[in-house]
Design a protein around this ligand. Structure first.
Ligand code: NAD
Length: 484
């Protein structure tokens, strides 16, 4: 079956592209082209925004009751549930996530998000009446923002698309999605499911394209809000444009999270946990715990255990269920990670596992060797900059206060973890680290709770009622004149 496509999803139609430009989706494992799809141009984005604008200004969607919209999204959820496995395969094919990760986070997790948002929307105070100060009552309404530009990255493409599209829809917005050029395929399947669920024409429009067309979408006068996940560098540019135009904006950006290993941690259980939280998605995860903080007393033990764990991980074909670390998404990303591995050595850090070169037994594909650096100073670039690959830095601390200081000594503030035998000590550390999500002996994202970043990791939150609220404007209505 071919994965090729020749159209965009615009105004409820499979619309012919404005130009003949194409994007090639290349397998990071085989380096072979697996699909060709149209590449969006500014003219395609203009058509998508016009359709979304019409659907918002004149169409039924924003005027339907929340209950009516919930019914349509519920139908979408039912259809999505039946396609979870197909979606996971598609994402492994297009960006090389190990299938074990895709079948956990790339596809079931977005479906869980849809279900969570449905529950949140059912309980959401769309319109409430409060006692007033001047008059007897005030009505507070939550109305849609308008036309939303949803811009996801390639690393968790459905996870970050659904986290925008579904709350936007439930709140009555219309959407233009611009998938990353590496990962357009999953959004075609999503479009088919939205259409089958009965989402009206023009409510969701999808045009895959690169950065320049993304910039055109962000600056487009027809857009009311930008919901972006991606690098901090791109987030800053987008925020600047939105600031100038006073558009609403939410940004989920990069991270350099610290895992603090306290001396009383069960080292074997900690290593088992770190395999996932530090190296999920082959290290291509914004929340990856890439700085491992160990006390000076326990340092050698932690480095030794981590070296043993990482050197035992299965690297290879992402389609193989046994694979724990797959290829990088693109040659560009492989080269970026290799540059950081070389830089770490130049900075004086010590490679204890990995280093540059292809992993054993592989002679093609965009692989890197999972790498652990010891003797890392937190001021080194490998400890401060997001590498976005399977590269970990072990940093020594003097005491718990010093560990918290080092964890906070970062431009980022996305996530963090602490590993300890004492849950109260863990909670104490969790309260002191400046990050948007924090795990004690675990890292997870519960879709009932807000997710997002402090500092340069972003603005705003996804998930939970807070994530739904980001797609609403507040309106106060005074239904009666105050008694003067
Ligand atoms: P990227 O910033 O290069 O691109 C992200 C998306 O934005 C792509 O669709 C791209 O085409 C588009 N884009 C880039 N510049 C743009 C601009 N100026 N205007 C409009 N659109 C633009 O990021 P990436 O390499 O695709 O993704 C990796 C980054 O995403 C990492 O920094 C990672 O930490 C971050 N990320 C964050 C989260 C989170 O929730 N905080 C989740 C996943 C990924």
């Amino acid at each position: 079956m071919t994965l090729d496509r020749d159209a965009f999803y615009i105004d409820g139609q499979w619309a012919a592209p404005a130009t003949s430009a194409t994007l090639q989706v290349v397998s990071p494992h085989s380096e072979q082209v697996v699909a060709t799809v149209p590449e969006g141009s500014a003219a395609d984005v203009d058509a998508a925004v016009a359709a979304a604008r019409r659907a918002f200004d004149e169409g039924p969607w924003p005027r339907m009751s929340p209950e009516e919209r919930i019914e349509v999204v519920q139908a979408f959820s039912g259809l999505y549930a039946g396609k979870v496995a197909e979606m996971a395969d598609l994402i492994t094919t297009e960006m090389g996530a190990p299938t074990s990760f895709s079948n956990l986070a790339q596809s079931p997790a977005p479906w869980m998000q849809i279900e969570a948002f449905l529950g949140i929307a059912r309980a959401f105070p769309w319109e409430e009446t409060r006692p007033g100060v001047l008059g007897p009552e005030v009505i507070v309404r939550r109305e849609p923002v308008g036309v939303v530009a949803a811009i996801p990255p390639w690393n968790v493409p459905q996870f970050t698309t659904i986290s925008k599209v579904v709350p936007a829809l439930l709140a009555g917005n219309t959407v233009v999605v611009k998938p990353a050029p590496e990962t357009p395929l999953d959004t075609y399947l999503m479009a088919e499911l939205l259409e089958e669920a009965g989402v009206p024409a023009g409510v969701v429009n999808i045009v895959a394209a690169g950065r320049e067309v993304g910039e055109h979408l962000v600056a487009h006068p027809g857009i009311d809000k930008v919901a972006f996940t991606g690098s901090t560098a791109a987030g800053r540019k987008i925020a600047a444009v939105c600031g100038e135009q006073l558009k609403r904006v939410s940004l989920e950006l990069g991270g350099k999270s610290a895992a603090i290993v306290l001396d009383d941690a069960d080292l074997a259980a900690t290593m088992e946990g770190l395999k996932f939280v530090a190296l999920m998605n082959s290290g291509q995860a914004c929340v990856a715990q890439t700085r491992i903080l160990a006390s000076r007393a326990n340092y050698d033990a932690v480095v030794g255990a981590l070296a043993e764990t990482v050197s035992g991980m299965v690297v290879g074909d992402p389609a193989d269920p046994a694979t724990e670390i797959g290829p990088m998404v693109a040659r560009r990303q492989q080269e970026r990670v290799e540059k950081y591995i070389a830089l770490g050595q130049e900075e004086g850090a010590r490679v204890v596992v990995g280093g540059n070169g292809m992993p054993d037994g592989l002679d093609r594909g965009w692989y890197v060797r999972p790498t652990v650096f010891a003797d890392v100073d937190n001021r080194m670039r490998i400890a401060q900059e997001e590498i976005f690959g399977p590269v970990l830095s072990v940093i020594a601390y003097d005491d718990v206060d010093d560990a918290v200081r080092i964890a906070n000594d970062s431009d980022y503030g996305l996530a963090g973890t602490v590993w300890t035998g004492d849950p109260d000590a863990g909670l104490d550390v969790a309260r002191r680290v400046r990050a948007g999500t924090y795990g004690v002996n675990t890292y997870t994202m519960d879709f009932a709770a807000p997710f997002g970043g402090f500092k340069a990791s972003g603005i705003g939150r996804e998930f939970g009622p807070e994530g739904l609220a980001q797609y609403t404007e507040l309106k106060a209505i005074y239904p009666t004149a105050p008694a003067m």
